[in-house]
Ligand binder design. Structure first.
Ligand SMILES: [Zn+2]
Length: 162
C-alpha cells in the first residue's frame, strides 16, 4: 500500500474484517468509502456471512459531478505547511496566503478539474454499479449530499437509527 500499488480485494477484505472484529465495533461500525467495486462488495459479503453478519445499510451520498468539480477546484493548499483551505467554504484572511505560516497557496493537481473528472470517470465505471448491487440487496439508502454538511450527517444518523 505504501508503494501505491493496488491491493488484492481479498486482502483488503481481510484487513477490514480484522478491524470490525475489534471490541469497539461490537455495537456496529461504518465503512467509509469501502467497498469501491463489485468484487470487493462480494468478497465482503462472503466474509461477513462466515461470521453470521451482513451489511445493514449502504448509504449513497448523492452529489452531481459538476458540484464536485466546482468544490474541488476551490480548494487551495499551502506549499510550505500543507494546510488546506477553500476559496468559498474555508477562505484565508489574505487571498492566496496561508493563515498558519504565510506560505503561498496553490491549486493541487489532484484538485484540478481534469484530474477530478478522470477520477469521477473511474467512480462511475467501478463504484456506481454498487448502487444497483445494494438496491437489489434491499439495503440502499440515499442522502442528498448537496445540503449543509451537518444536515447530511443528521440524515445519515437517522438512517442508522432505523
Ligand atoms: Zn502554510
Amino acid at each position: 500500500m505504501d508503494q501505491g500499488l493496488l491491493v488484492p480485494d481479498e486482502l483488503v477484505v481481510d484487513l477490514v474484517v480484522d478491524r470490525v472484529n475489534q471490541e469497539d465495533c461490537k455495537n456496529g461500525y461504518v465503512l467509509d468509502g469501502f467497498p469501491r467495486t463489485i468484487p470487493q462488495a462480494e468478497a465482503l459479503d462472503r466474509a461477513l456471512a462466515e461470521m453470521g453478519q451482513k451489511i445493514d445499510y449502504a448509504i449513497d451520498v448523492e452529489v452531481p459531478d459538476e458540484n464536485i468539480v466546482n468544490r474541488m477546484s476551490g480548494r487551495r493548499a499551502c506549499v510550505d505547511c500543507g494546510a488546506t483551505y477553500h476559496i468559498v467554504y474555508a477562505p484565508t484572511a489574505k487571498e492566496g496566503i496561508c493563515d498558519k505560516c504565510g506560505g503561498e497557496l496553490i491549486l493541487r493537481d489532484d484538485d484540478k478539474p481534469e484530474t477530478v473528472l478522470k477520477r469521477l470517470g473511474v467512480y462511475h465505471e467501478q463504484t456506481q454499479p454498487l448502487i444497483d448491487y445494494y438496491t437489489e440487496a434491499g439495503v440502499l439508502r440515499e442522502v442528498d449530499g448537496t445540503i449543509d454538511i451537518n444536515d447530511v450527517f443528521a440524515a445519515i444518523v437517522q438512517i442508522l437509527g432505523e
